[in-house]
Write a protein that binds this ligand. Structure first.
Ligand SMILES: *[C@@H]1O[C@H](CO)[C@@H](O)[C@H](O)[C@H]1NC(C)=O
Ligand SMILES: *[C@@H]1O[C@H](CO)[C@@H](O)[C@H](O)[C@H]1NC(C)=O
Ligand SMILES: *[C@@H]1O[C@H](CO)[C@@H](O)[C@H](O)[C@H]1NC(C)=O
Ligand SMILES: *[C@@H]1O[C@H](CO)[C@@H](O)[C@H](O)[C@H]1NC(C)=O
Length: 353
C-alpha cells in the first residue's frame, strides 16, 4: 500500500511538472498554426553589402505570416554579445536591421576564433518575451563554431518544434565544425544550405523565412553514384496547390583543420559539387497520377537545389533518381513545404532520424 501511494505521489509529481512546463511562452505543445516568433540571426562577419541584399529583397518581398506575432533579430560574432531584439511588425524589424548591419569594427580580432552561434540559439530558447514553440530561425553564417554539443541543443530545439535553417558561406573561416551545423539543421527538420557569399540571402528567402509556409514532408537518406530509391510516402493536405521542393546534400568527407593538405582544399573538403542530376517522381496512390520534378541548378547555390510544382490532395509514393559524378556516400535531405499562399497545416512532420 505504501509503495502504491509512493507511485501515485511520484506520478502526480511528474504530472505537476508537465503542467509547469506548458505554461506561458515556454509552452512546448503547439501546432504550426499557433502564434510564434521568427528569428533572423546573422554573423557580423558577412559582407554588409551582401547582407543588405536580404534587407532589400525583404522590403519588397512576401507578407509576414500572421502567426509570427514577433519578429526577432540578432547580430552575433561580435566582441560584445548583443541582445536579441523583438519587433511587432516588418517595418520596425527592417529599419532597425538597417542600422545594425555587419560592421568590421565590432568583429573578433582573429579569423580563427569560433562563432558563438550556438549560444545565440540557446539564448533565444530561454527567452520569455514571445512564444518559442514552433518558432522558425534563419541563420546567416560566415564563421564556423569550434566545439558544439549537438545533442543538447537539438533536444531543446526539438522539444519546442523549432526549425533551424542555416545559410552558410562556401568560404567560411573560424572553427572547424561545419558538420555540427548540418546536424542541427537536419535534426530539426531545417536545412543547411551552402551558398556563395553573393547568394547568401537566397538561403534565407528560399527556406522557411517569415512567410506563411509550413513543412509537409522531410526525408533524410544516404546515396552514392547513380540510382533510384524509394522514399517514405508523402501526404499532401490540399488540392491544386503549389509546393516547394527543397534539397540540400553533403558528402561524407570531414574538414580536418590540422591537415594542411585538406585545409588548403577547404571548399572541396566541406562541400560536394558532384551532383549531376536529381529528379523526384510523386505518384498518387489512388489516381496513379504522376508529378515529376527535376531539381534546378542555380548559380551560387553550392549544395542547395530547389524546384516546385502543383500537387493534388492525397498520399504519394516518392521515387528519387540521382546521379553523382563520384562514388562517395552523399547525405541527402529533402523537404517539401507549402508556399506562402497555401493554408498552414496543423501537424508537425515527424523527425526522420
Ligand atoms: C495570437 O496573436 C494575435 C495578435 O497578437 C492575438 O490577437 C491572438 O489573441 C493570439 N492568439 C492566441 C491564441 O494567443
Ligand atoms: C538605412 O541606413 C542608411 C544609413 O546607414 C540610411 O541612409 C538609409 O536611409 C536607411 N534606409 C532605411 C530604409 O531606413
Ligand atoms: C584578441 O582578443 C583576445 C580576447 O578575446 C585577447 O586575448 C587577445 O590579446 C586579442 N589579440 C589582439 C592582437 O588584440
Ligand atoms: C548516412 O551516412 C552518415 C555518414 O556516414 C551517417 O552518420 C548516417 O547515420 C547515415 N544515415 C543513414 C540514414 O543511413
Amino acid at each position: 500500500m505504501r509503495a502504491l501511494q509512493l507511485v501515485l505521489f511520484l506520478s502526480f509529481l511528474s504530472f505537476f511538472d508537465a503542467c509547469l512546463v506548458i505554461s506561458g511562452f515556454q509552452n512546448d505543445k503547439c501546432t504550426p498554426k499557433d502564434n510564434t516568433t521568427y528569428l533572423l540571426a546573422y554573423s557580423n562577419d558577412i559582407d554588409s553589402e551582401y547582407f543588405s541584399r536580404l534587407y532589400k529583397s525583404s522590403k519588397v518581398g512576401y507578407p509576414v505570416a500572421r502567426k509570427f506575432v514577433k519578429l526577432a533579430r540578432v547580430r552575433f560574432d561580435v566582441r560584445e554579445p548583443e541582445e536579441i531584439e523583438y519587433y511587432d511588425n516588418l517595418n520596425e524589424f527592417l529599419s532597425d536591421t538597417n542600422y545594425s548591419l555587419p560592421d568590421p569594427r565590432l568583429s573578433y580580432n582573429s579569423t580563427s576564433e569560433g562563432s558563438d552561434v550556438v549560444s545565440v540559439l540557446k539564448n533565444f530558447l530561454g527567452k520569455t518575451k514571445s512564444p518559442i514553440c514552433g518558432s522558425k530561425i534563419n541563420v546567416l553564417m560566415k564563421r564556423l563554431p569550434t566545439e558544439v554539443d549537438v545533442e543538447s541543443i537539438v533536444a531543446k530545439l526539438r522539444k519546442f518544434h523549432v526549425e533551424v535553417y542555416f545559410a552558410i558561406s562556401e568560404r567560411p573561416f573560424g572553427g572547424n565544425t561545419l558538420e555540427s551545423l548540418n546536424e542541427i539543421a537536419f535534426k530539426t527538420n531545417g536545412l543547411s544550405t551552402i551558398l556563395t557569399d553573393e547568394k547568401l540571402n537566397m538561403g534565407v528567402l528560399h527556406t522557411q523565412h517569415y512567410k506563411e509556409e509550413t513543412l509537409i514532408y522531410a526525408a533524410n537518406f544516404n546515396v552514392s553514384g547513380k540510382g533510384t530509391i524509394e522514399l517514405p510516402p508523402m501526404t499532401v493536405p490540399y488540392d491544386r496547390r503549389i509546393f516547394a521542393f527543397l534539397m540540400s546534400f553533403k558528402d561524407d568527407r570531414k574538414i580536418l583543420r590540422n591537415d594542411p593538405l585538406i585545409y588548403d582544399n577547404y571548399e572541396f573538403a566541406a562541400v560536394s559539387d558532384a551532383l549531376q542530376s536529381a529528379t523526384i517522381t510523386c505518384t498518387n496512390t489512388v489516381t496513379n497520377t504522376e508529378f515529376v520534378y527535376k531539381y534546378g541548378v542555380y548559380e551560387g547555390y553550392v549544395n542547395f537545389r530547389r524546384t516546385g510544382g502543383s500537387l493534388d490532395k492525397g498520399i504519394y509514393t516518392m521515387k528519387f533518381e540521382y546521379e553523382y559524378a563520384n562514388q562517395d556516400v552523399e547525405r541527402l535531405f529533402i523537404r517539401v513545404s507549402t508556399l506562402y499562399n497555401t493554408p498552414t497545416v496543423d501537424y508537425w512532420v515527424p523527425y526522420d532520424n
